[in-house]
Ligand binder design. Structure first.
Ligand code: BES
Ligand code: MN
Ligand code: ZN
Length: 492
């Protein structure tokens, strides 16, 4: 899907016509014109299908007459004409029903400009597809939709509402591309190179390589990387859209391009999923693209720690002790608890280099969060009630929901080590919480509070079923959530 055009309502002469209809609808505007042009096929068809405009309900009328190849009615539920999320979800539900058309026109006359833009956004988010490695797909099986025309009375207002959404969708697409790539193609150095694409959006991109990381003392991150033939990278991305000299907001991502578990190796079944263990980093990269693409009036930094966790003759062993960039030491009990080791060094570095207003990290950190929250909410851990509340609200607004989990001293005790400052696992009870406690030890509050939140996205980064705005596969969970956090509280 490429173009979204906003035009005055005129009955199209080809392709699909989409009619978003709320409960209790009457056919007017383009819907009425279409009904007349097809000698009542629309009203008869909707009646025959018992279409009531309920959320998720849809009817397709094939070759209804006139020049159209199909008319698709899509339910909005009891939407009051202002509901942004209902419009976006309806757009998402409509996409598969029109994907095999080249052109589609959306009858959006009853929508507010922001709803019209949201419907288009729903279409766009659902239209994502990762088909780089399908070489034999028949042309008729490929989606053809290239021109979406949104018929709306207030073209300028709808376009204005849509412009930032297009940038956000570009960020979502970038994240989904990165997360979908197979692990032989996307290894740390390759992922770092792909960050360079952000330079054309005005993002400053810096890539740190092992000699620099050694000099900085990133012993925990390098310990994870040492079993792999692929070198580690840390990428620092800076977007300066805010006032000069104001402290940035900071986003930090776990980028394990493949997690075998290392010497504490994972079982074979499902191990291929661990290609998406870089989703935290992929999300930070897409988020930076979204912020820069819509020229957000804020200073933001994104840092990603990129490594591959492999077993080999050079791999770290259970029992090894590593010294982190912070100076604290860690006894590595389980080499599969590697994400926290990577984040430990990057969090400390981000805080001390940038002195940010807050830090939010994203990581596919624990299987335990999937047991606790399933695939509906990401786990939210925070030392700051304001930031936690803002994140929860942004989650509700975008549909990328988070659920706050506890932190506390008693949990922290679980990661005490007999020979080092801490160990990297705290046992099975509260596995996601002790992982967060570990991260919190790398938030420095010696010189005052540092608002920090950790999002455990192990259950939300990848979907095995289609949803309205996320086709199955990489979801890019977090891009829209954190863009919204910034837009609502940290701009201007
Ligand atoms: N990358 C995994 C967590 C994960 C699990 C992500 C499922 C996505 C889906 C992480 O590195 C890991 O292996 N965690 C261990 C921690 C344990 C060794 C304390 C886990 O959750 O089993
Ligand atoms: Mn692991
Ligand atoms: Zn991992």
């Amino acid at each position: 899907m490429t173009d979204i055009l906003f035009v005055k309502p005129i009955l199209p002469r080809a392709g699909a016509l989409v009619l978003p209809l709320a409960e209790g609808f009457t056919l007017d505007g383009l819907a009425k014109q279409a009904d007349e042009a097809t000698n009542g096929a629309v009203s008869r068809g909707l009646e025959a299908a018992s279409f009531k405009g309920k959320k998720g309900q849809s009817v397709t009328l094939w070759a209804p007459g006139g020049h159209l190849s199909r008319i698709v009615a899509i339910g909005l539920g009891s939407s009051d004409g202002q509901d942004i999320q209902a419009a976006e979800a309806a757009g998402g539900h409509a996409l598969p029903l029109i994907a095999s058309e080249v052109e589609a026109t959306i009858a959006a006359e009853a929508f507010s400009p922001s709803q019209a833009a949201a419907f288009a956004q729903g279409l766009r988010l659902r239209a994502y597809r990762f088909d780089r490695y399908r070489t034999k797909e028949a042309a008729e099986d490929k989606p053809k939709l290239t021109r979406v025309t949104v018929a709306t009375p207030d073209i300028a207002a709808a376009q204005a509402a849509h412009a930032p959404l297009a940038a956000i969708a570009d960020g979502v697409y970038l994240t989904r591309d990165l997360v979908s790539e197979p692990p032989n193609i996307l290894y740390p150095a390759e992922m770092a190179d792909r960050c360079r694409a952000l330079e054309k959006l005005g993002v400053k991109v810096e890539i740190l390589t092992p000699p620099e990381l050694e000099k900085l003392g990133f012993g925990a991150l390098l310990g994870v990387a040492q079993g792999s033939a692929r070198e580690a990278r840390v990428v620092v991305m800076q977007w300066n859209g805010g006032a000069e000299g104001t402290a940035p907001v900071a986003f930090i991502g776990k980028g394990v391009t493949f997690d075998t578990g290392g010497i504490s190796i994972k079982p074979a079944g499902g191990m291929e999923d661990m290609k998406y263990d870089m989703a935290g980093a992929g999300t930070v990269i897409g988020l930076m693209a979204a912020l820069a693409g819509r020229k957000a009036k804020t200073n933001a930094v994104g840092l990603v720690g990129l490594v591959e966790n492999m077993p080999s003759a050079t791999a770290q062993r259970p029992g090894d002790v590593v010294t982190t960039h912070s100076g604290q030491t860690v006894e590595v009990i389980n080499t599969d608890a590697e994400g926290r080791l990577v984040l430990a060094d990057v969090l400390w570095y981000a805080q001390h280099r940038f002195k940010p207003r807050f830090m939010v990290d994203l990581a596919t950190l624990t299987g335990a969060i999937v047991i606790a929250l399933g695939h509906e909410h990401a786990g939210l851990f925070s030392n700051d009630d304001t930031l936690a509340t803002q994140l929860a609200a942004a989650g509700t607004a975008t549909g990328e929901k988070v659920w706050r989990m506890p932190l506390g001293e008693a949990y922290d005790k679980q990661i005490k080590s007999d020979i080092a400052d801490m160990k990297n696992v705290g046992g099975r009870p509260g596995g996601s919480i002790t992982a967060a406690q570990f991260l919190q030890r790398f938030i420095d509050t010696k010189e005052g509070a540092m608002p920090w939140a950790h999002l455990d996205i192990a259950g939300t980064a990848w979907a095995t079923k289609d949803a309205a705005t996320t086709p199955k596969g990489a979801t890019a969970f977090g891009v829209r959530l954190l863009d919204r956090l910034v837009a609502d509280h940290y701009e201007g």
